[in-house]
Design a protein around this ligand. Structure first.
Ligand code: UD1
Ligand code: MG
Length: 480
């Protein structure tokens, strides 16, 4: 077969989504809808890929450029959304010199498999073109275009729901909106399209009748769950449900254990090593990668982060744009915000928050602590309740803690500040200046004990309380 081109239709508004966002930008398993046909086009090794854009053109183009990978993509601007036929006509403009078949994919059918497109190609080749399309069968054909077949069962037309007669509405075989069409035929036929139908649009589906007049049109029947697409929020939920199941099955087959799989969310672009265990209701989002032999406890949410091997992320921790090296531990209820980097064997415990901070090899911050804009060396211990005071209301400042420093509980580092190697910060210290290597810094007031004073204080307070209660009692009595 000659070279193949691909047109992805992505100009529509998606009115049924009732959203400010164009339909192809709605997300499924962490990726915008349009990323899915783009990924498919890349695996098809399509010679040219054209995306037809219109509604929210700039945002759609930006998203396409972000997700197109290595393939080169051209955009065709459909100024007015006059229908799928008009969209394809617009999409053919950058393909002026293309001869041979063109895949036409919808921007809103994310579960479409390469296997089905290969079948479509085979069916097209068998009939010698010029048109093959994908159908599916459903007891509830709703608003889909109905496939009209002749007595000998060849497809002769697609009738859009709104143009169907009552008996045609009962047809359960419908058009999935995925086609392979010869470029020459496409150019000639789209020029002859008319918009004299219920929606006043130029329907791509009218091409089936035109092709069937002189040729045998080929069809491929695909599973509904794969090709039915996403037109409204209900469809989005269904599509996401199916895709989540597929993603989990893929990782289970690759040696990942998943507890209560139906509750675990793993986005399309995540990667997970074998022998990793993922607890119930954990979410791996965006481009997160998790290494081998890790434990991701229940309820952890990890977005766009890199987790190396043998890491434990304990329950309900939240990570975003973070890097965790091997053998490190986070949580429970740890929070790693963007720019956090835990080096090998580092520990971050409960209610500890890091932002833009490197925690060195084997270093620990185990309880109730905020470490922002910090650089912490190896073997450092940060006690409970420590704070890097990194913000003065205008600028962010850095705290540097060198190797083997001990920071006692309830200490504050008022940045910019540096604590040199091996220094010891006593509990309850407010560090405002440099601490030299191996020095001890202490800034709290000295403790004084007054023997017996506690008894006197208690007696005084007890009497004062009694006096007050008596006074209140007389006041309320006089009111009566
Ligand atoms: C279309 C088919 C219908 C089929 C269904 C399958 C037509 C006339 N109808 O209907 O037979 O059963 O898909 O899902 O083709 N688009 C543009 N420009 C336009 C109009 C649409 O780029 O002017 C794009 C949309 O962004 C979308 C795709 O084309 O990605 C399909 O459009 P949509 O409005 O969803 O068509 P359906 O009504 O679903
Ligand atoms: Mg549609």
């Amino acid at each position: 077969m000659s070279d193949i081109a691909t047109i992805i239709l992505a100009a529509g508004k998606g009115t049924r989504m009732k959203s400010e966002r164009a339909k192809v930008l709605q997300e499924v398993c962490g990726l915008p809808l349009v990323a899915y046909p783009l990924g498919l086009a890349a695996t098809l090794r399509s010679k040219s890929t054209v995306v037809v854009v219109g509604h929210q053109r700039e945002a759609v183009e930006q998203t396409v450029n972000r997700f197109k990978g290595k393939q080169s993509v051209e955009f065709a601007h459909q100024r007015e959304q006059l229908g799928t036929g008009h969209a394809v006509m617009t999409g053919m403009k950058p393909l002026k010199s293309h001869e041979g078949p063109v895949f036409i994919l919808s921007g809103d059918v994310p579960l479409l498999r390469k296997r089905t497109l290969n079948q479509l190609k085979k069916a097209y080749e068998k009939k010698g073109g010029p048109l093959a399309f994908v159908t599916f069968t459903t007891p509830e054909p709703g608003g889909y275009g109905r496939v009209i077949r002749s007595e000998n069962n060849s497809p002769v037309a697609i009738r859009e729901f709104r143009d169907c007669s009552e008996s045609e509405k009962k047809i359960c075989e419908v058009n999935a909106g995925i086609y392979l069409i010869d470029a020459g035929f496409l150019r000639r036929a789209t020029r002859n399209l008319k918009s004299d139908n219920a929606q006043g649009e130029f329907y791509l589906t009218d091409l089936i009748e035109m092709a069937a007049a002189t040729h045998d049109v080929a069809t491929v029947d695909a599973p509904m769950a794969e090709v039915s697409g996403a037109n409204d929020r209900f469809d989005l939920v269904m599509v996401e449900h199916t895709l989540r199941q597929e993603i989990r099955s893929k990782w289970l087959a690759a040696g990942v254990s998943i507890q209560s799989p139906e509750t675990v969310h793993i986005d399309t672009d995540c990667k997970i090593g074998s022998d990793t265990w993922i607890g119930a209701a954990a979410h791996l989002q965006g481009s997160t990668t998790v290494g081998k032999g890790c434990i991701i406890e229940p309820g952890a949410i990890i977005r766009d982060s890199q987790i190396a091997d043998n890491v434990v992320i304990k329950a309900y921790s939240v990570l975003e744009n973070a890097k965790v090296d091997s053998d490190a531990t986070v949580g429970p209820m740890g929070r790693l915000r963007p720019g956090s980097h835990l080096k090998k064997g580092a520990h971050v415990g409960n209610w500890v928050e890091l932002k833009n901070t490197v925690l060195g090899e084997g270093s620990k911050a185990n309880h109730l602590t905020y470490l922002g804009d910090g650089e912490i060396g190896k073997g450092v211990n940060i006690g409970a309740g420590c704070i890097f005071c990194n913000y003065d209301g205008f600028l962010k400042h850095k705290t540097i803690i060198e190797d083997n420093v001990f920071v006692g509980s309830d200490s504050q580092m008022v940045a910019p500040v540096i604590i040199r190697k091996g220094a010891y910060v006593a509990t309850g210290t407010t560090v405002t200046g440099e601490v030299p290597a191996n020095a001890m810094a202490i800034s709290r007031g000295r403790q004084i004990n007054r023997n017996g004073l506690a008894l006197k204080i208690r007696k005084r307070l007890k009497e004062a309380k009694k006096e007050l209660q008596k006074k209140r009692g007389t006041e309320s009595g006089t009111k009566k």
